[in-house]
Design a protein around this ligand. Structure first.
Ligand SMILES: [Zn+2]
Length: 528
């Protein structure tokens, strides 16, 4: 017996081919039949006339991680048509957790009132399977997390024992289902890894059967090309595929550089290296406010940094330097979240506005906020030009990654004023870059969200509509699908998506969340 027939939709198979108007049948968790199914019986029929049906979107750059446990319904993602998320990006992952990495994760979990613990990826995935989750989840192994596990947040080269311990953690993580390794080379402690360390870890991933190095580059602005070279060099030396995360040219004086960095990636690809990128369709970044601090301020980790910021002499020097460097760019920084109750009302305000409220310089206000909130504040940095964003999106090797976690539209995971990409990334590709700027045709946009990422990350039987594939599906109105989340009002669901199926079960039906949790942990890209 057929569970669901979706009737007469325009079916895009995810490969970039033109659509076919026909019926599609789902039996259990798979696509069972495609064609004229008008004579078949089914438990449920969904009218797809005038609508587009394609494989569920794969968010290659998610930061959901532990939020999959805290908010298993993942509303903000499934409402966008996302059916699989890859977490563990930017050097930070849910496992393996040792030493300080374990302690920090407990702090984060305590903030959400979550009581379960785990040390390794298998333990985490087991909790996911026990709890249920709305979409499929997979993860990279974060090299900031593994480094923190063996050397806390101290800078400097790892000694032999530490290096071996880190490699063992990477190995463990990949053997338990990690899809490769990720680095976040602007964050403590991932930033302290040198080329040798990155290569050694990427080799572990390769030897364990997941040859992927995913990198938030060491610099996305003034030193973008050098930073990109470093990532490509890791790929060459470790013989792994390279993924350039949220690729961009950041900072006004670097606008236009994306064209050259894309050419550099083209050259590397022509030389035989496997390189891809991902991007989100917005001109603002969203990251820690602490990333404005120079490296001298960050040495030693959080406690040492906080002590330093509270030293009047050091603070005066930092204020002088930040005012000089940042000059008139404070108005391009909006505080988004990571605030305790005492400062919660500052969410959504620009740094220059906060400074005025506090009757001080923006740099001094930023330091005060970092101290009061223990380096936790997150901020939006309006630092990109849309022509660069468009250039990155137009490259055939770029897939789509939200760089955001799966949050609800209200409640504990929806605090502050987060980046609208949290709720709008995938629909916005259609409204602004397919229909608006005509960056690509719809079939190509779909390919970048489905078969391309499935192939890059080795997600077995996903990302394509074909008989026998998992029934991860999105049914939407191609003329109407759009984001509605804005920088001012991010908690807003997209429009134009009728149904979303994960492993054959509807998680969104007639535009509403069903509450079903049919997602699976994809260990090594597969599910058991
Ligand atoms: Zn990042």
């Amino acid at each position: 017996m057929i569970d669901t027939i979706i009737e007469r939709a325009h079916i895009f198979d995810g490969t970039g081919s033109p659509p076919l108007a026909c019926d599609l049948a789902v039996v259990n968790d798979r696509i069972a039949l495609i064609g004229d199914l008008s004579e078949h019986d089914a438990h449920e029929r969904i009218d797809g006339r005038g609508l587009t049906l394609c494989p569920g979107f794969i968010d290659v750059h998610s930061h959901s991680d532990e939020l999959w446990l805290i908010n298993p319904r993942c509303e903000g993602k499934i409402l966008q048509g996302v059916t699989t998320e890859i977490g563990g990006n930017c050097g930070s992952s849910v496992a393996p957790l040792r030493g300080l990495a374990f302690e920090r994760k407990q702090e984060e979990l305590a903030r959400y009132g979550y009581g379960e613990q785990w040390n390794d990826l298998d333990g985490f995935f087991t909790l996911i399977e026990r709890n249920g989750v709305a979409l499929n989840v997979a993860t990279l192994i974060g090299l900031g997390t593994t480094r923190r596990g063996v050397r806390a947040d101290r800078e400097g080269k790892l000694d032999r024992r530490e290096s071996e311990a880190q490699c063992a953690l990477v190995r463990e993580g990949v053997e338990q289902g990690g899809l490769g390794v990720s680095s976040g080379l602007i964050y403590v402690p991932s930033r302290y890894a040198d080329l040798d360390e990155l290569v050694a870890c990427a080799r572990q991933a390769r030897d364990a059967g997941q040859p992927r190095y995913v990198s938030h580059l060491r610099d996305e602005g003034d030193a973008l090309f050098e930073a990109l070279d470093e990532a490509l060099e890791v790929g060459r030396r470790a013989e792994v595929a390279v993924q350039c995360s949220h690729h961009k040219a950041s900072g006004k004086k670097n606008w236009g550089k994306a064209h050259d960095s894309l050419r550099a990636i083209d050259r590397a690809r022509a030389s035989g290296l496997t390189v891809h990128a991902d991007a989100y369709p917005y001109t603002a970044m969203w990251t820690d406010l602490a990333t404005i601090l120079p490296k001298e301020a960050l040495f030693g980790g959080r406690e040492e940094t906080l002590t330093r910021l509270q030293d009047p002499e050091i603070a005066a020097g930092l204020v002088f330097r930040l005012e000089l460097e940042r000059a008139d760019t404070w108005r391009d920084i909006t505080i988004a979240g990571g605030l305790s109750e005492r400062n919660a009302r500052l969410a959504g305000l620009r740094m220059d506005e906060i400074a005025r409220t506090w009757n001080t310089h923006p740099a001094r206000a930023a330091l005060r906020l970092l101290i009061e909130e223990r380096l936790e504040p997150q901020a939006l940095f309006f630092s990109m030009h849309e022509d660069d964003v468009n250039a990155v999106l137009s490259a055939s090797f770029t897939c789509i990654g939200s760089d955001a976690s799966a949050r609800a539209l209200s409640g504990v995971t929806a605090q502050g004023v987060p980046h609208p990409r949290t709720y709008g990334t995938f629909p916005r590709i259609f409204s602004r870059f397919v229909r608006g700027r005509k960056t690509f045709e719809i079939a190509e946009a779909i390919r970048r969200m489905t078969s391309l990422p499935a192939d890059i990350f080795g997600l077995a039987n996903r990302g394509r509509i074909r008989i026998g594939a998992y029934a991860d599906l999105v049914l939407f109105d191609a003329e109407r699908i759009a984001d509605t989340a804005t920088y001012e009002r991010p908690f807003s669901a997209p429009v134009g998506i009728k149904s979303v199926l994960v492993n054959g079960k509807a998680v969104v039906h007639n535009g509403a969340i069903t509450g079903a949790l049919p997602g699976r942990a994809l260990r090594g890209g597969c599910c058991i």
